[in-house]
Every structure is written in C-alpha cells, then in structure tokens.
Design a protein. Structure first.
Length: 213
C-alpha cells in the first residue's frame, strides 16, 4: 500500500466557555474529510511556534485554515488599526512560523479564507482591513501576462468580499507559481452589466499540479 501524503491543518482556538471550561482548539470535520478523500492523511497542528520546524519535518503539505479573526495589521506594516479588527496572536504567530517554514522548504501550501490572507502577508503582501470603509467596497486583482495564473484568470477583474473580509492586494508573479503553492481567494468575481451595476460571474477554478514548480 502506498504511503499517504501527510497534510498538516492549522486549528482555530477559543477561550474557556461554550464547549469547555478550558481553552480549546476547533476545526470543522469537512477539512479532514476533504484531505482523506484526496488521498492524504490529515494531521492537526497545535499552536506551538517554537516547534513549527519539527511539525514540518513530518509533513508533505500544509493547509492554513480560516476563522472569525484578523491578521494583526502591524504584521503588514499598517500604521493604524481599524476598530473592527480582532486578533488571535498565538494562533497567528504559529501560522506565520509554520507557513514561512513550509514556503522555505517548497512544500505545497493551501490558504483558505483567513489562511489565504495570512499567506499573502507571509509573502510580503498587505491587506485592506475593512472593505466597507473603502470608497467602492471593491479591490482589483492584477495578474501579469507572464504569470502561469494568467492562463485561467482574466488580466484584470474586480473582487468583492463579505463585510468582515480583509481583501488581499495580490501580485501574482512567476516566482510564486514556480513554488508548490496554492493561493485561494475568499471572494467571487463580479462583472459589470449593461446598466453599469454588477452581477456575479462564475467562479474561476484551477487544478494545481506539483509539476508547476
């Protein structure tokens, strides 16, 4: 029987209350089920930044999950912090450590929702802290023609996010796609109609491959 690739999944964390009188970790079952269906072996990663490298020694890939919190704006150089921002500092410290380690080892990384935002920050990007505070509630994603992603992504398209989303200013480059990285977007494309308003366009999907190094 062939060995299943070991895929690490980051966990959410909560203070005492609700499920337990002690601090507790949480992850939806479907994250693990999806890894199993794809042929992987899911392993859950407690928030221990000091041993991120030890986790990575045994992993073949990493999934950075989302949650109802934000990346600390100070981590991407923001001088101010919006009033809606809430953070989970220990979780973020661990996820940054393990994601940086995975990138340096050229391991596949999948960021989901907040995990995509964290991956963007790890790679040097910034975030819009509160989309409704922008003039249009919309940001543009530009993909250079030289990027592999351009073959399945329009050259320029607007994106909208839910009211508490933090939209990434993403610059896709050939240096990114040569790595075994998968970056997911947590919003859907919109296209202008003849009346000048916007309507949802079909989501764009890609099928990543290890051969894209």
């Amino acid at each position: 029987m062939s060995r299943r690739p070991v895929i690490g999944l980051t966990l959410d964390s909560e203070a005492p209350g609700g499920y337990s009188k002690h601090p507790w970790y949480a992850l939806r079952e479907n994250y693990c089920a999806a890894v199993m269906r794809a042929g992987g072996l899911p392993v859950l990663l407690p928030h221990e930044p000091a041993v991120a490298g030890a986790y990575l020694d045994d992993l073949d890939g990493l999934v950075v999950t989302g949650g109802a919190f934000d990346v600390d704006p100070a981590l991407f150089g923001a001088a101010e912090r919006h009033a809606t921002v809430t953070t989970k500092d220990r979780r973020t410290a661990f996820e940054i450590a393990v994601t940086r380690g995975a990138v340096s080892r050229d391991l596949p990384v999948l960021g989901i929702c907040g995990g995509q935002q964290l991956l963007n920050v790890v790679l040097g990007g910034t975030l819009i802290q509160h989309l409704p505070a922008t003039s249009s509630g919309m940001c543009w994603i530009r993909v250079p023609p030289s990027a592999t992603l351009s073959s399945c992504w329009p050259p320029q398209m607007p994106s909208t996010g839910r009211s508490r989303s933090r939209a990434a200013r993403v610059a896709a480059s050939s240096n990114w796609v040569r790595r075994s990285l998968v970056v997911t977007l947590s919003w859907r494309a919109v296209a202008p109609n003849s009346a000048g308003s916007t309507s949802k366009a079909p989501p764009v999907t890609t099928k990543p491959s290890r051969s894209s190094k």
